[in-house]
Design a protein around this ligand. Structure first.
Ligand SMILES: [Zn+2]
Length: 296
């Protein structure tokens, strides 16, 4: 069977040692900012870059599964290579609503369960999702990537960066073989969120290479916000094919809104206020896409 388009784009990125950007949204300004950056890349570099738009369970509780799917369907009709991903979906019920609504992919995340239970439940999720849409792409989280997409006062309790809590190449291989997932999100020293008082930790690049060698499933890096540019470059070179960015976008959204609201206290038209946040998001996504795709 011919592999789904998104999967082929990811494999192509892997071969070229570039990465596909994954950006979360829960409102129109953010969605327009991300898509604006994709259009800007098309204008400046004559490239129709594949990009993933993501909604977590929290984000989609606001946007709605059907509306998110409709937005991305419309963008596809315009010729953009955008794909919709359910990000950290913890239940099979929620996963099913996304597959049925027309999402392209999802991260099925039960990584807080013990390894064997994670395998069992993820295998079930793969079977159900592909039973509804055989082209649906499933990503599994092998070991837990801790933190959450916000500014963090302290190092998150659920992110232990000792080597034994990171994903081993053997576990990655066994997880992929036993579950049938298309993509894996290993724990590589990454966390969700940006630490307020210190730089985010460095990634374990040797581990990325070893996992890449141990399994054919492309590697997705979560918690990209707050990483140094050179770490992205090295991670992608080592074998990461998709990078998730969320907190940076949320931060730009908030600062953009505050600036717009502060600039004119009498302004009440949302479509005049939101573009400041939208533009700030567009800039971040544009820079990230350039970095991930080696565009200068
Ligand atoms: Zn994540």
């Amino acid at each position: 069977m011919k592999k789904p388009l998104l999967y082929r784009f990811i494999k192509e990125a892997e071969d070229k040692r570039v990465a596909i950007g994954h950006f979360n949204f829960s409102d129109i300004a953010t969605m327009r900012g991300i898509v604006g950056a994709v259009r800007l890349i098309a204008d400046k570099f004559h490239l129709n870059l594949p990009v993933c738009l993501g909604t977590s369970e929290g984000e989609v509780s606001y946007v709605g599964v059907g509306l998110a799917a409709d937005i991305v369907r419309n963008l596809k009709k315009e010729g953009l290579s955008v794909f919709l991903n359910g990000d950290h979906i913890h239940s099979i019920e929620k996963l099913k609503t996304m597959v049925e609504a027309g999402y392209d992919s999802a991260v099925f995340d039960v990584s807080d369960l013990p390894f064997e239970q994670n395998i069992e439940l993820t295998r079930e999720a793969v079977k159900i999702a592909k039973g509804i849409n055989k082209e649906f792409i499933i990503e599994g989280e092998v070991s837990h990537v801790g933190g959450s997409s916000k500014l963090l006062e302290d190092f998150p309790d659920d992110a232990r960066l000792v080597p034994e809590s990171l994903t081993s190449p053997d576990d990655a291989r066994r997880f992929v073989e036993s579950t049938g997932v298309d993509l894996i999100a290993p724990a590589l020293g990454n966390i969700h969120g940006i630490l307020k008082h210190s730089p985010n930790p460095r990634l374990d690049f040797a581990r990325i290479k070893a996992i890449r060698a141990a399994t054919a499933a492309p590697i997705v890096l979560h918690g990209g916000s707050g990483l140094r540019d050179e770490d992205f470059i090295q991670a992608i070179y080592s074998g990461v094919s998709v990078v998730h960015i969320n907190t940076e976008i949320r931060l730009a959204w908030r600062k953009g809104l505050e600036a717009a609201l502060g600039a004119d206290e009498d302004e009440v038209a949302p479509y005049k206020i939101f573009p400041t946040a939208e533009k700030a998001i567009e800039n971040i996504v544009f820079e990230r896409l350039k970095l991930f795709n080696k565009l200068i």
